[in-house]
Design a protein around this ligand. Structure first.
Ligand code: AMP
Length: 284
């Protein structure tokens, strides 16, 4: 077990990565907000399988939280995160301060369209521009060959692919499958907010995704399958933000000819907002 090299400044990280790049090593980055769980660690393992040097960033990004959201309360546990990353043999951890990422006088934004529209943006209109800004900065700080993001945040993954392509950022973006608890709940740093009763109820979210898929496979009209899914969630104690079917790669609305789709959900249990999604391939 070797402790990763830890960098708090962009200049320090750059100098380290630059040496690796000059020696021809392939570099992968895994951006996170910390409070690491098996979902994050699966991205790290995927990165290690594809690169010679892996950088994990841990940064709770203020620009993607609205004033009424949980920025201050968001779980932070750097020591335990670094211990987990040490165990995996991660080479470098980038742990910038808010001041390092957004120094006094910072005045630039990244504004994304396309897949950012609808879904998460309805209740969190600030969110994807905040994500786009911080991911752009993290990618440009480290300049890896490759960066890995989870399908758990599927709309985010589509948004990142979009702006990386649009801005000609020369970095490959890879998606990795969602890691789930035994009862199907997608792992999330926010699951720890759930009390024991809500934690049990939360398994209904992935169950409804699976049921809705079965209904669609059985030929139930899309609107009916989605309505039934929403009612199941509401009856199970959730407040539903959306349960929607979209074109898989663009998240655009679809028609009968669209084969690859994605079913996405966001719903609240008490004050805890959970998101999840699964793919659906329409039989021809
Ligand atoms: P976060 O720390 O929540 O910003 O997540 C950092 C990265 O881990 C993002 O690319 C997420 O999509 C990914 N991630 C979070 N939860 C999971 C999960 N359960 N399975 C796979 N990837 C995940």
């Amino acid at each position: 077990m070797t402790r990763p090299r830890i960098f708090e400044t962009i200049a320090g990280l750059r100098a380290d990565v630059e040496a690796a790049r000059r020696s021809g090593r392939r570099i992968a980055m895994v951006p996170t907000m910390g409070a690491l769980h098996e979902g994050h660690l699966s991205l790290v393992r995927a990165a290690q399988a594809k690169a010679d040097l892996v950088i994990v960033s841990i940064f709770v990004n203020p620009t993607q939280f609205a004033p009424n959201e949980d920025f201050d309360a968001y779980p932070r546990d750097n020591d335990s995160d670094i211990a987990k990353l040490s165990e995996l043999g991660v080479d470098a951890v980038f742990l910038p301060t808010v001041g390092e990422m957004y120094p006094k006088g910072f005045a630039t934004g990244v504004s994304v369209g396309g897949p950012s529209q609808g879904l998460e943006s309805v209740t969190r209109p600030h969110f994807f521009n905040g994500v786009a800004l911080v991911v752009t900065k993290l990618l440009l700080a480290a300049l890896p060959d490759l960066a890995i993001f989870g399908e758990k945040d599927y709309q985010q993954l589509c948004v990142i692919r979009q702006f990386v392509r649009d801005l000609n950022i020369p970095i490959e973006i890879e998606g990795a499958p969602t890691v789930r608890e035994d009862d199907g709940l997608a792992m999330s740093s926010r699951n720890r907010y759930l009390g024991p009763d809500d934690r049990k109820r939360a398994a209904l979210l992935p169950a409804v995704l699976r049921e809705t898929l079965q209904a669609l496979d059985a030929g139930t009209p899309v609107a009916d399958a989605l309505d039934r899914g929403r009612s199941r969630l509401t009856d199970g104690g959730f407040e539903v933000d959306y349960l929607e079917l979209r074109t898989a790669d663009t998240l655009a609305p679809f028609d009968d000819a669209t084969r690859e789709l994605r079913l996405l959900v966001a719903a609240k249990l008490g004050a805890t907002r959970l998101i999840d999604n699964i793919p659906w391939s329409r039989a021809s």
